[in-house]
Design a protein around this ligand. Structure first.
Ligand SMILES: CC[C@@H](C(=O)O)C(=O)SCCNC(=O)CCNC(=O)[C@H](O)C(C)(C)COP(=O)(O)OP(=O)(O)OC[C@H]1O[C@@H](n2cnc3c(N)ncnc32)[C@H](O)[C@@H]1OP(=O)(O)O
Length: 253
């Protein structure tokens, strides 16, 4: 159980998971990852028409892995064991039986971008920024979200986002095909309703069919092995000096 992940079930037929740790910019601790997995598994049995993932507060959707939990001083094997559970969460989320939507309520970094990528659709509040910044930390994405990015957007754009490792505006993220639209703080409830209505108006069998068709095309079983490979490669980079220095810099700032 983690007090930092909340679950809400809406009578219109959708569920919402909220990362609830705004003072740490919703960075994912080990406990939160375990709770996310439990909630996603339980939600499979609820006949939902959509699953939404968002973050608490107005600053950040998710700042990635909690850099205190995933500290730099781990052997490759230890890093692999620390990173792997979130790979499983992302893979299960990507194959969730009905549409999944990430509502990005602010900045999204590192593993936060991986979590959002595991959802089918992404919407962000105006002024949000998005960065697969792992390349600037001496590592590469470590939860399999990089491999998944290649399935979500044009491969060259995915490569560009990962290798540049820079922070993108919402407008740029729309152009890259990663973000589907922008929502507004002052009309948030209406905007969310507008996004969800097309799903909620369908019957469950239709939604399951559309999702299965997409999963068959874009989220093949073989993706799991590519994600494992990504976790392994990131684990091998974990102990390098550039990564240690980057994490130390962050912890001291
Ligand atoms: C481990 C998996 C790996 C992967 O596979 O991808 C990763 O995810 S690596 C992590 C990559 N993430 C980052 O490098 C993001 C780091 N955070 C930021 O860049 C910024 O915090 C932000 C997200 C842009 C928000 O900026 P701002 O609003 O100015 O907040 P602060 O920077 O002042 O942070 C407030 C508070 O939160 C703590 N914090 C933020 N991110 C993390 C984190 N990833 N892990 C742990 N703690 C985090 C930060 O230290 C501040 O704490 P206090 O100083 O105690 O208030």
């Amino acid at each position: 159980m983690s007090e930092y992940v909340k679950w809400d079930l809406y009578e219109q037929g959708y569920g919402m998971i909220t990362l609830y740790r705004p003072e740490r910019r919703n960075a994912l601790s080990f406990d939160m990852i375990e709770e996310l997995q439990r909630l996603i598994r339980d939600a499979r049995n609820l006949e939902l028409k959509a699953l939404v993932i968002t973050g608490a507060g107005t600053e950040t959707f998710c700042a990635g892995g909690d850099l205190n939990d995933f500290h730099a001083d781990l052997s490759s094997q230890e890093a692999f064991s620390a990173l792997y559970p979130m790979k499983e969460v992302l893979y299960e989320l990507s194959r969730f039986p009905v549409p999944t939507i990430a509502l990005l309520n602010g900045h999204t970094r590192g593993g936060g971008c991986e979590l959002a990528t595991a959802c089918d659709f992404r919407y962000a509040t105006e002024g949000s920024t998005i960065g697969f910044v792992q390349g600037k930390l001496g590592i590469s994405p470590g939860w399999g979200g990089g491999a998944m990015l290649y399935q979500r957007i044009h491969p060259l754009k995915a490569y560009e986002m990962l290798v540049q490792s820079r922070v993108y505006s919402t407008e740029e993220a729309i152009q890259l095909g990663w973000l589907q639209g922008i929502i507004h703080e002052d009309t948030l409830a209406e905007d969310i309703d507008h996004i969800l209505q097309p799903f909620l108006q369908k019957n469950l069998d239709q939604l399951i069919h559309f999702k299965q068709q997409y999963v068959k095309q874009q989220i093949p079983l073989s993706l799991s092995a590519d994600m494992d490979d990504e976790v392994r490669r990131c684990s091998n980079l974990w102990g390098n000096e550039a990564h240690k220095e980057a994490v130390e810099r962050f912890q001291k700032s």
